[in-house]
Design a protein around this ligand. Sequence first.
Ligand code: EPU
Length: 435
Amino acid sequence: MAKLLIRGGTPLKGTVEISGAKNSALPIIVAACLAEGESILENIPHDIDVYTISMILRDLGAEIWLDRENRLHVVPDGLEGYQASYDLVRRMRASFYVTGLLLARLGKAEVPLPGGCALGSRPVDYHLKGFQALGARINIEHGFVKAETDQLVGSKIYINRSSVGTTINLMLAASRAKGTTILENAAKEPEVVDLAIYLNSMGARIRGAGTDVIRIDGVDSLRGTEYGIISDRIEAGTFIMACGITGGELVLANVVPEHLRSTILKCEEAGLEIEEGISTIQVRSKGRPLAVDLETAPYPGFPTDLQQPFAAMMSIADGTSIIRETIFDRFRYVDELRRMGADIRVDRDTAIIRGVAELTGAQVEVTDLRAGAALVLAALIAKGKTEISGVELVDRGYERLDAKLRQLGADIERIPDRQEDAFEECLTSSLLEIR
Ligand code: EPU
């Protein structure tokens, strides 16, 4: 496993460029394969999940490559395969988006069940019920979802619980279905809106994205187009909290401040000074963070993906904070933070964090992507050296987090792992083939 060695104590200072949103890039790269002709996608983040989805689609017959200007080209005209590779799909839950794509494009899909993951059980029952409502026949055999349809037909679908993945998968499938689909209780996340804008720019007819009712009038065909995806609100939030925990002063560039409303409010409550520009955010720490209570919720609530970095910041806060996680089982990182001296007690879905004056460096292990970010933040302020293993999980969703932090003054060193780095290199170099 690759490792990070971090010596804490340096306040972060400078300007950091926020990358494109991973959770927008993944469905938009898949959506590009619903069309005929080339799409050119800008602001795509360089993270492992983006490479993985690109490889899955290439394996099914799409042509995907990066050009010298760092734009991702997707030409789906040769996409004829309907069996997604187990080895690639198992790496990432968002691969399940290819089910919506394949049903809409080919009327047939065989995709491995994503199964459980480090965030607890993460079923796809809402996705499957939605596909059935659109007229797909679904069977689960030998760990694969086998879905088939002669023609997807629009339908009215109530999604039991606000679910980003279900909303996206059903938007993908319904955009080329016959007739109208209404998604009720749809997710309102900015990534859902970004996907709708991109699909509409390809000729889809989607209204209401960003509200809890989305109407999709199916069209016969879509055409590839150029599109720039939104920037990553979770990466931006992570840097705001990194500034807060280290007592620093940062400017975040290439951000959409509106997407970070709840995060900004909570960080201001914790004592950070935050100033919003059109596409920038200035953050200044005024000293030790103040303890703040919070509860995660679907957008526009406080994002579950920032619960762990926020908890890291609260671990050195002045006072006790109570954090309730309502979306996933996401407290596995707590044991690792405790090794660094944090005082955290977990009672079911709630963490009670008594802020300590000081964290100390230790050997810790990343349990999932955002947990990794929390450990990196804690290490940035811990006394002495922290050794974080399992950094590949962080690379799944952050573009060069260690390099960006180093640029801001952090004392951080990466110890590579040959096997994992070889995998990453193979993905990157094959995508980077310049046409
Ligand atoms: N759920 C079901 N059945 C389903 C689908 C969802 O019970 O068929 C439940 C989930 O178990 C969860 C809740 O519904 O309790 C909401 O899950 P959702 O479907 O919204 O999550 P997701 O689409 O699997 C995306 C992001 C996550 C982010 C969540 C919540 C992507 C690729 N992933 O996951 O991002 O935490 O929405 O906002 O967009 C991350 O980036 O680290 C990450 C995990």
